[in-house]
Design a protein around this ligand. Sequence first.
Ligand code: HEM
Length: 391
Amino acid sequence: MESLLSRIEPFFTFQQPLLAVVLVTLLALLGGYYRFRVFPLLGKKLPPRSLGFPLVGQAGNKFIFSANDALGSNQPVSVARILRPESIQRFVGEMDAIVKEQLLQELKGKDSVQVVTMMKKVTFKVTCSLVFGLPEERRKKEMEEGKEAPREDVISSFLNLRDEEDQSLTKDEMIDNIVSMIIASHDTSAIVLSLLLRHLAGDTHVYEAVLEEQTEISKTKEGKDGMLRWSDVEKMKYTWRVAQELMRVTPPVFGNFKSTKDTSFGGFDIPKGWQVFWIACATHMDEKIFEEPEKFDPSRFGNPSKSAPPYTYIPFGAGPRACPGVDFARIEMMLILRHLIINSKWTELIPDEAITREPMPYPAMGLPIKLHPRKDICWFNVIPSLCTEQN
Ligand code: HEM
């Protein structure tokens, strides 16, 4: 497989494992999809596409969160900086506060909830805080309390961008990038979280192991301010492996790239300029890459001897246009899952609910669950109805 990849890689700007490639497709096909699904948001024409994953609007390939230098030397770097681990890691405490506040709001007075809707709301709120920064009153309060200088938000960063001719972004380019960012960020994490809750409801062994890890972390927080930090997220190793395994079994998104030369793969000719649509599912289920692929086994990510070769574990894509939001997504998902699991068990109200693809994999009925909060460590205890006889 490696020799095949090395033969093919030079022909693509977006190197991916082509084992699993379901070859589709012309720009028109994807264009149709995006026009139908996304463009009504902006009422714009299909953007001129070139490389990678431009989602919406006139900005087209000027997707400035990309790690790829799509706009020119300084611009992408300055905005992508916001999503780099060292920036995102500073955001843990703030993100944690938003997550708690939003979960409380979503669960207030309820003993059952529709998970997909809840996750979308929580992740939307977290994304908005990344894009727009802290609300004014909280920003003031934090400064008064002598906390670190407020983190740079996406809007401020956009306003400071200049191209080689010292031109700032147009309003349309800004809107396109913000809408793309919000779609790319909150929907994906919301789906993974929903599927995680669904899996944990039916897998007691994994549920207990995640709970144990999170309880250990809680013990280290006793007597302190309780605020989570990056060092706490780093300790969530098993919890993260569970999320990784979930994304192996059910990768949430597809990707696409563009051939820069005429080439062929698996007996198919791929003309220069064609958009190639890849899916991770088949690669992730290939027994030559992942032993016993049908088995849900988070330990495969903690074992160097089992580690997958490059470009074979690709829920976040790979190569120059890989997802720049991976650290953000990791922290956000770990925090949300932690708060739910240390406070509550849950059971599915529709057992074995089907998964539909639209095209992302959603529980067909939105995953309604019943919550069974734990009395002893009830974070929901500000809401008495959630902490009474329901255990
Ligand atoms: C579990 C969560 C997520 C998953 C599974 C995911 C997956 C992906 C994948 C597979 C791609 C590449 C698509 C391709 O190859 O064509 C991508 C691109 C992208 N993602 Fe994510 N993503 C997630 C969360 C996030 C978050 C939280 C953000 C932002 C905070 C984000 C921002 C982006 C951006 C900006 C791109 C476009 C990069 C470019 O065009 O160069 N994603 N994502």
